[in-house]
Design a protein around this ligand. Structure first.
Ligand code: AMP
Ligand code: MG
Length: 349
């Protein structure tokens, strides 16, 4: 199929674009649209066939459920059996925004969305274009990240086209995704609620709503062999083609260790993913990418997936990535980095 690229202009033409997108969703087609976290690959979440097409386009395993995206809180009512008090508080505080919650699902949610689970994941994005589209369509839109399964999630339209050109009907260009990593997933069907995937909304943010909220340890501990509670977390993810190793611990020792690895791999094309504070320390590597400042982890989160894809574009063999303190947003960054590195982390305390 030929993929059409649409860019909203902020004038009367937008109405025509919105109508086209709405019709595409209604007839079971696929539309990629920008959100504040990463680009989403959308299809009508009440249409099992459209959902099947999403899995096909991504090459996603069918037991990895999809997140439904809505424009207004009231749309949740027909999708879930109950809304626990803690979820109501989170909706008030964090929606629209990068928080997904898992609810007990109602009968109208197809098995194709939930991978057969009796729960459903729902989010209300804050991105202006996403919201405009979701309002116009007024359907829950199933939208996983718009990448081929296993690859780093897309934060720019170039990433989307690299993976999905010719596999979807429409791609909406919305510039760079500001948050850059996927939403926090919070399971509110258990008591106390549990974070199944860390994201921009941190454990600390959520504990201000309810101090007993916990986090699934397998999302942050590379040595933990337990099966993660969220199906998507068990798959290889965010993986660049190059071999990748993450380094942690004391920053000075980490820099020395990375330099040692650069020196020991002169026969390979080596890239270092570093922070603003340390990037100038590295000598004789083929590519250095500044992820951003350790003082502004939002920058690091926003740049991470683009950096991993850039290494692939440059034909890098080995990626040496600095680690970050696993607190707040640092924990979400480490969750993605560890997956990109297939769990390989070198610690020098
Ligand atoms: P993606 O849309 O690509 O960001 O991936 C969605 C994530 O949400 C995956 O990690 C899924 O496993 C997780 N997810 C979606 N629905 C559920 C559910 N009902 N229960 C647990 N995790 C879910
Ligand atoms: Mg994904």
């Amino acid at each position: 199929m030929k993929t059409e690229i649409i860019k909203f202009k902020g004038n009367e033409k937008d109405k025509k674009y919105l109508d086209k997108i709405k019709k595409t969703f209604e007839k079971g087609g696929l539309v990629v649209f920008p959100t504040e976290t990463v680009y989403g690959l959308g299809g009508n979440g009440l249409d099992a066939n459209a959902c099947k097409k999403i899995y096909e386009a991504k090459g996603r395993p069918s037991d990895n459920p999809l997140i439904l995206h809505i424009a207004e809180n009231s749309q949740i009512d027909e999708l879930v059996l109950e809304i626990p008090d803690v979820a109501k508080k989170c909706m008030e505080k964090f929606w629209p925004g990068p928080l997904t919650m898992i609810f007990k699902r109602s009968d109208i949610v197809p098995d194709a969305v939930t991978g057969g689970l009796d729960t459903v994941a729902i989010r209300e994005p804050s991105h202006k274009i996403a919201n405009k589209i979701l309002k116009a369509v007024h359907l829950p839109i199933a939208a996983p990240s718009a990448n081929i399964s296993g690859r780093p999630s897309p934060t720019k339209i170039e990433h989307v086209l690299e993976d999905l050109d010719g596999r979807v009907d429409i791609v909406v260009d919305g510039g760079k995704s500001v948050v850059g990593i996927e939403s926090t997933v919070l399971d509110v069907t258990v008591d106390p609620p549990m974070i199944l995937r860390p994201g921009k909304i941190t454990l600390e943010d959520l504990q201000k709503i309810s101090p007993d909220i916990t986090i699934d340890q397998s999302t942050i501990d590379a040595t933990n062999k337990k099966v993660p509670k969220s199906p998507g977390q068990k798959y290889k993810h965010y993986a660049p083609r190059a071999e990748a190793i993450c380094f942690g611990g004391n920053i000075d020792k980490m820099v020395l260790e990375i330099q040692k690895n650069i020196d020991e791999n002169k026969d390979k094309k080596v890239a270092v993913l570093a922070s603003t504070e340390t990037i100038d320390e590295y000598k004789n590597c083929d590519l250095k990418i500044n992820l951003g400042s350790r003082e502004h982890l939002e920058e690091v989160a926003s740049n991470l997936f683009d950096a991993l894809r850039h290494c692939d574009d440059e034909g890098v063999d080995l990626i040496l990535a600095e680690g970050f303190e696993p607190i707040g947003l640092g924990l979400s960054i480490m969750n993605r980095l560890l997956k990109a590195c297939s769990g390989r982390i070198v610690m020098r305390i």
